[in-house]
Design a protein around this ligand. Structure first.
Ligand SMILES: [Zn+2]
Length: 413
């Protein structure tokens, strides 16, 4: 068992085959949640798992679970998984690498006829990206009970299409109860999506913490009027006020250590050259690994929005619709033990992005395995991780899962 390794070429071929579904000209991927392409990628995952003898179940928010039986199936299983949906200009690795590392672990166990002490679970989580439907990590968040099922199924995209209808249409609105998988540990392999491992020349990041995130919908309500006949002092320019908030988001982030602030989405109304904008809607995203600092950042943004509303005599509605508290990964020592056993260089790291594992940490001891990606570029068609880097991550996942399975069996003796 010590010498067991995944098949690097097969993992790479699998990544490339999946990447063709929604593949873009620049070598990236555009596979939004609940689309026909999402269906194709899910079907492919299911077919690969079935070929290795797994039993497939889908839950009420469309998460897929493939179970490989172990020696004692009454024991809690060891789980792994990530997501197959991407950003509109996403890459082939974000999320997909985690799911397909799982498939590669599964194939390695299968072809070597390895009987694990507990069952192993391979999962795909619905809409991790939060691009077409919000919030992000919607499938895992609903699974662990952070979100209400009906509310999430009723969420609509910009065209008013319901998530629940899309899941039903693509055949992935299941009937399995949320939170009902019998798991004793969960691990997610993921590309780092940042530059640290590459800079430090480490093969594996042992993720100790997931940073906190606050998401907002912001709406500035001013007054549309003629660009040529409205004197500056009589304007209620929603865009001018919005741009001040965007600038302040940047300033808030820079004022705090490890702070991040982003406005990535904006709608301007009436969006016409000759009319002063009357209404601007945009997203706001604040992040920090420390909950107290993130709270201060939140308070600063709130105060600034009130100040801008007064100064410009218009309305600023700040809706803090999602808070994700920083999360500790309690099973990261399993990841570290496997990494050291395999002899890979490694370092402790924290996750800058949200991940499905962050929610799974609510239910079971959880760990994450990070691998380097080229120049830290992610959510971009240029996202790249080499075959060797991917193989290292998958090998660590394999041995982490094997160790955890053994540990769970021993604990239940
Ligand atoms: Zn991801």
């Amino acid at each position: 068992m010590q010498d067991l390794r995944i098949n690097q070429q097969r993992l790479w071929d699998t990544l490339m085959e999946m990447g063709d579904i929604g593949g873009t000209e620049k070598g990236g991927c555009n596979r939004l949640a609940g689309t026909d392409l999402d269906k194709q990628s899910r079907d492919l995952f299911v077919s690969w798992c079935k070929a290795c003898g797994c039993e497939i179940e889908v839950d009420k928010i469309g998460n897929i679970f493939a179970r490989r039986a172990g020696i004692n199936n009454d024991l809690p299983a060891v789980g792994t998984g990530s997501h197959l949906d991407t950003q509109p200009t996403g890459g082939k690795f974000d999320g997909v690498f985690g799911v397909l590392s799982g498939v590669e672990v599964l194939r390695t166990l299968h072809e070597n006829n390895i009987q694990t002490p507990t069952a192993m679970e391979f999962s795909v989580w619905t809409n991790e990206e939060g691009s077409r439907f919000q919030p992000a990590m919607q499938g895992s968040g609903t699974y662990v009970g952070r979100f209400d099922l009906e509310t999430e199924l009723n969420k609509t995209d910009v065209d008013g299409i319901r998530l629940g209808d899309e899941l039903e249409r693509i055949g992935y609105l299941g009937d399995m109860e949320l939170g009902s998988r019998h798991m004793g540990a969960f691990f997610e392999a993921h590309i780092e999506q940042g530059p640290i491992l590459e800079d430090e020349e480490k093969a594996i990041g042992i993720v100790r913490l997931g940073q906190g995130i606050r998401w907002y919908n912001v709406e500035v309500v001013g007054r549309p009027s003629h660009s040529g006949t409205t004197p500056m002092h009589l304007r209620k320019d929603a865009m001018f006020a919005a741009s001040a908030i965007v600038t302040e988001m940047n300033a808030i982030a820079l004022r705090h250590e490890n702070g991040l602030g982003t406005v990535g989405f904006m709608q301007v109304w009436p969006n016409s050259r000759n009319t002063i904008p009357g209404n601007v809607k945009f997203s706001a995203d604040l992040r920090n690994p420390r909950p107290d600092v993130l709270l201060t950042m939140h308070e600063e943004l709130t105060a600034f929005c009130e100040k801008i509303a007064k100064e410009h005599d218009l309305e600023v509605n700040l809706d803090p619709f999602w808070y994700f508290a920083p999360v500790e990964f309690n099973a990261s020592d399993d990841v570290k033990a496997a990494t050291e056993k395999l002899g890979y260089s490694h370092m402790d790291i924290y996750a800058g992005a949200g991940h499905d594992a962050c929610y799974m940490a609510d239910l079971v001891p959880t760990g994450m395995i990070f691998t380097p990606c080229l120049k830290g570029i992610s959510h971009n068609e240029a996202e790249y991780s080499s075959p060797e880097e991917c193989a290292a991550g998958a090998n660590v996942l394999l041995h982490t899962m094997l160790e955890a399975s053994k540990r769970i069996a021993e604990q239940h003796k």
